[in-house]
Design a protein around this ligand. Structure first.
Ligand code: 9D3
Length: 245
């Protein structure tokens, strides 16, 4: 996959994009990641990317021309998604990560407090995406969050999480508690059942723990999770939870 990032702060990407899975995906040529400084596409000696808003008011607006010149120089692949990071966009989630991982190319236009000229959204951008309801200073961290979640899904990404039987068994609900040695630490004991050697009982305990956690912390997830008859019976008897369907 080709991923381009267009930003006024290219230095922000240096550390995070040079570690771990993203680094190895680039070494394995699964990912071709390029960071572009939008200022390189200005034509004046002051390298000015913005201008005053038509209609007046405070703040500045990123000029359309510099953004179009930058993307014209890029040669977009057919099917490329041009993503504007934007607090007003749709909220990023795992479903969107999977969808984006199937595109040949992603271009992230990193927004800032000063917005882009609306003609960029109208004639260039295919997707406007937020990473959640909290205020950041710009779109660089959101772009990195999205790149991280997409790249780990690419076939052949080093360290790609295999879709194991375990993973599908716990799809859509929270994780169960994990323990390792020692059995007793500061008098805090590992649950007896995990030392029992009874694999069927362990599997049931883990499933129940995962369901209890999900009920307590993220009951919204239970409405969409794939639950068995036994899961529903357990949640009804133990938590008084009723399936909405
Ligand atoms: C909707 C807020 N805007 C109203 C005046 C101002 C504004 C605040 C913060 C515009 C941009 C920003 C910077 N944030 C992003 O560019 C951003 C973001 C975020 O702040 N939270 C979650 N996801 C994203 S994606 C881009």
């Amino acid at each position: 996959m080709r991923i381009d990032v267009v930003t006024l702060f290219p230095g922000m990407f240096e550390g995070p994009m040079s570690e771990s899975i993203i680094k190895r995906a680039q070494e394995a040529e699964v990912l071709d990641l390029r960071i572009t400084d939008l200022r390189d596409y200005t034509k004046d000696k002051h390298r000015k990317v913005d201008d005053r808003p038509f209609g007046g008011g405070a703040g500045m607006v990123i000029r359309a021309e510099v953004v179009f010149d930058c993307l014209d120089a890029m040669e977009l692949a057919p099917g490329a998604r041009v993503i504007l990071t934007d607090p007003q966009g749709v909220t990023f989630d795992q479903k969107l990560a999977i969808e984006l991982s199937e595109a040949p190319q992603l271009v992230f236009l990193c927004g800032h407090y000063e917005g882009f000229d609306e003609r960029v959204r109208e004639h260039l951008v295919t997707d406007e995406i937020s990473i959640g309801d909290y205020v950041l200073t710009g779109g660089e961290l959101p772009a990195m969050v999205m790149i991280d979640s997409v790249v780990r899904l690419l076939p052949g990404a080093v360290g790609k999480i295999e879709s194991t039987h375990e993973d599908s068994f716990y799809a859509g609900i929270l994780d169960y508690p994990h323990y390792t040695r020692p059995e007793s630490y500061r008098d805090w004991e590992v649950p007896e059942i995990l030392r029992s050697g009874n694999h069927q009982a362990i599997a049931r305990w883990r499933r129940e723990q995962a369901l209890l956690r999900t009920f307590e912390r993220r009951p919204d997830l239970l409405d969409r999770a794939p639950l068995s008859k036994d899961d529903r019976k357990f949640l009804r008897e133990r938590c008084g939870w009723e399936s909405p369907v």
